[in-house]
Every structure is written in C-alpha cells, then in structure tokens.
Design a protein around this ligand. Structure first.
Ligand SMILES: [Zn+2]
Length: 151
C-alpha cells in the first residue's frame, strides 16, 4: 500500500482493525493474532515503533518483545493446550517479509496438529527432494566461508 506521496504505508501502524486485535501491550511492544494463521493461536509480537528488521531494534525493544513472549507462552499453553512452539521472523521481501514492521511469529504447537510439521526449507531450497545430511567436509567449507567474513 502506498500513500499519496508514494511512501510505503505499514499496515500494522495504519490499519485500525489490527489495533483492535491487540492481545497485550507493554511500553515498547504489543501482540496480536495474524489474519493468516498457520495454526490456531498464531500470534505476532511487534515493537510499537515502526522498525523493519531485528537489527533496527534497540535492546529495550527486544527485551519488551520477549517479555510479552513469556507471558503469552503461558496463555497459549492453557488456551490451545500448546506443548511446543515455533518462533520465526522473515526479513526483507526475498526473505518473505510482507510487512516492513518487525514481527516475531509465535506458533503454539501440539501433538498431532497439522500446521507446519512438514515445513522444511532444506527440502525445497537446499537439496530438493532429499533429507540427506550434509557431509562433514561440506559443513567445514561453510564454516571456513562464513568465518572469513566475520568482522
Ligand atoms: Zn509499522
């Protein structure tokens, strides 16, 4: 969505129905259910400030987000009988980030649910059709490549 001056408008900051979906809030973060849940109880936790990526967040904002995660975890365990969780965030368009406002996905999981148990990026990104473990030699070459660029 674009504004009159061509700037991107963030739906989390501008859509009133998202504010109405608020479950919990603290001084720097808030949480609401996504409109496209992968499992029942799929929640997004955001900083109040409109910042796109995790590395744009302050330490206080990160703490505020995880303070809410801790409280929500207990509620989701009771509400949806969650016995496990998935946490994730996407960054940039190529990483699947649809809204340029950081949001931590929190997915309550339970035995037998059929949400994303078959989700496996390696299956379709790295070695299509294969779950073969990588050879030690290949892993070591990755270690070397990444270490070379550590600064
Ligand atoms: Zn925003």
């Amino acid at each position: 969505m674009l504004s009159k001056n061509g700037k991107k408008i963030c739906v989390y900051c501008s859509k009133p129905e998202i504010k109405e979906r608020m479950i919990i809030k603290n001084n720097l973060a808030w949480a609401f259910p996504t409109n496209i849940p992968i499992v029942p109880g799929h929640i997004l936790i955001c900083p109040i400030r409109c910042a796109a990526n995790f590395n744009d967040l302050t330490k206080k904002e990160i703490t505020a987000i995880f303070d809410l995660q801790k409280i929500l975890k207990k509620s989701l365990q009771k509400t949806f009988k969650a016995r496990g969780f998935n946490y994730a965030w996407n960054e940039e368009e190529v990483g699947g980030q649809a809204v340029p406002h950081f949001h931590l996905h929190m997915l309550p999981r339970k035995k037998g649910d059929n949400g994303i148990t078959k989700y496996d990026p390696r299956k379709f990104l790295y070695r299509p059709g294969s779950r073969e473990p990588s050879k030690e030699k290949e892993l070591i070459s990755v270690v070397k490549m990444v270490k070379k660029n550590l600064k």
